[in-house]
Design a protein around this ligand. Structure first.
Ligand SMILES: *[C@@H]1O[C@H](CO)[C@@H](O)[C@H](O)[C@H]1NC(C)=O
Ligand SMILES: *[C@@H]1O[C@H](CO)[C@@H](O)[C@H](O)[C@H]1NC(C)=O
Ligand SMILES: *[C@@H]1O[C@H](CO)[C@@H](O)[C@H](O)[C@H]1NC(C)=O
Ligand SMILES: *[C@@H]1O[C@H](CO)[C@@H](O)[C@H](O)[C@H]1NC(C)=O
Length: 386
């Protein structure tokens, strides 16, 4: 069974605010993070720079807010199912009006208790892959696209479907308000060397590479991937593993010529051709209009999509942090079945979702929902049946 990982680092709950703050300070924080990773005496988080709370000296652009909410409210998405009982919003958040920069967002409320439930900001990686096309339409959003590329069906395990009480996290106060911040990273690429060697070991431990090739990799690709012999061993690894979906090694591939465009999708059985349906849907002018988006060709990724991050890679990286273990490894449960495994380190929780591919909620929607619900409540996932 393939395990993919979901790493919980800090804690995160509020969202647009987080995004704005991250923008203003991201270079500072990135520098600090890189320094803390490379120095022997990493700075403690409480010595990090103060967040900017004064409007005047802030570099953050906050434009007039009047009428934005009403303007961004979605009447209905084309082809959405009957009986939608929550509000949806989408549009642009201006980041820098002089440079003409804005971020597109899609926001879905909970059907109930929407003002007290935590706000989750979901960002896909890639880098450069769409959080709308992947996150919202293929993973955790309220709808999935049918194979006709025109209509939607309901995701019963959508993350806006729940009642969450936040109990703990990192308090952040700015602009006269306070938020509890929680941060969770799925399939985190932590360091490039560990990721590559972890990927190759993952193939070997899943009976997709020969012992000889794996031994050659460990002989020639240490401490880096630069030698000619290492290059040859990696080519051999590729030839041995064949053509398969690197994002979910046991998933079927998409056969475009076999698409039945009059069938309805199922949340329990992720369709390997989903990218095609989402691409068709998000490129319909009426859909772009309903989302209040500028009409243009929509692409799923604008960058290099080399984000394959297996559980072995994450373990190698986390092991290199040498963090003490606070909660020993245990299986967690959903529906009387193992949903995955979890181990709690000091300051970091490592959790896997059993049987999931890279896009975790697509393949294991119920297990993913159980995990995020525990996470939002500041708890480890359930230890027992039921
Ligand atoms: C920042 O500006 C907003 C709106 O312009 C105002 O309501 C708020 O009081 C200001 N905050 C501070 C800390 O000055
Ligand atoms: C809404 O919140 C209240 C108070 O926390 C709770 O009793 C109620 O069950 C919640 N409703 C739903 C649908 O979760
Ligand atoms: C559905 O499939 C039929 C037969 O292959 C084709 O003629 C039709 O154009 C397809 N419809 C869409 C919306 O792709
Ligand atoms: C396509 O799906 C529809 C609805 O599920 C079904 O009635 C039809 O037989 C399917 N067509 C093919 C060619 O599989």
């Amino acid at each position: 069974m393939k395990l993919t990982l979901f790493t919980w680092l800090l804690f995160f709950c509020c969202c647009l605010a987080f995004l704005i703050i991250a923008h203003a300070n991201q270079i500072n924080y990135l520098d600090k993070l890189i320094n803390s990773r490379t120095s022997d005496n990493p700075p403690r988080p409480d010595t990090w720079p103060e967040l900017e709370t004064n409007n005047e000296s802030s570099q953050v652009y906050i434009g007039p807010q009047d009428g934005l909410m009403e303007a961004d409210k979605i009447d209905a998405l084309p082809g959405q199912p009957e009986g939608v009982n929550f509000d949806q919003y989408s549009g642009y958040v201006t980041v820098d009006p002089t440079a003409g920069r804005a971020l597109f967002y899609y926001f879905v409320e909970s059907p109930q208790n929407s003002s007290s439930n935590p706000l989750v900001l979901w960002l896909n990686g890639g880098p450069g892959c769409s959080s709308l096309g992947y996150g919202a339409m293929e993973e955790l959003g309220p709808f999935r696209v049918n194979s006709d590329g025109k209509t939607l069906y309901r995701n019963d395990f959508a993350w806006n479907n729940g009642n969450y009480l936040i109990s703990q996290g990192l308090q952040l106060c700015a602009w006269q308000s306070c938020w509890t911040l929680l941060l969770s990273i799925g399939n985190a690429l932590i360091n490039d060397y560990d990721n590559r060697i972890g990927m190759l070991d993952y193939l070997w431990t899943h009976a997709m590479n020969s012992d000889e090739t794996n031994m050659a990799i460990h002989k020639y690709c240490v401490p880096d991937f630069k030698s000619r012999q290492c290059f040859n061993a990696i080519s051999q690894s590729g030839a041995e593993s064949g053509r398969f979906d690197i994002y979910n090694i046991y998933a079927p591939l998409c056969h475009e010529d076999e698409i039945n465009n009059s069938s309805t999708g199922s949340i329990h059985n992720f369709d390997p051709c989903t990218d095609i349906y989402v691409d068709a849907y998000l490129n319909l002018p009426e859909v772009q209009k309903a989302f209040h988006a500028n009409l243009r060709k929509w692409y799923s990724c604008s960058g290099d999509m080399d984000g394959r991050v297996p559980v072995t890679s994450s373990k190698y990286s986390i092991n290199s942090f040498k963090l003490p273990i606070e909660t020993a490894w245990y299986p967690w449960y959903t529906n009387e079945e193992v949903g995955g495994y979890v181990v709690g380190y000091k300051g970091l929780v490592f959790a896997t979702v059993r049987g999931a591919g890279h896009i975790v909620p697509s393949y294991q929607p119920e297990r993913a929902l159980t995990m995020i619900a525990s996470f939002l409540q500041g708890k480890l996932p359930p230890t027992r049946f039921g």
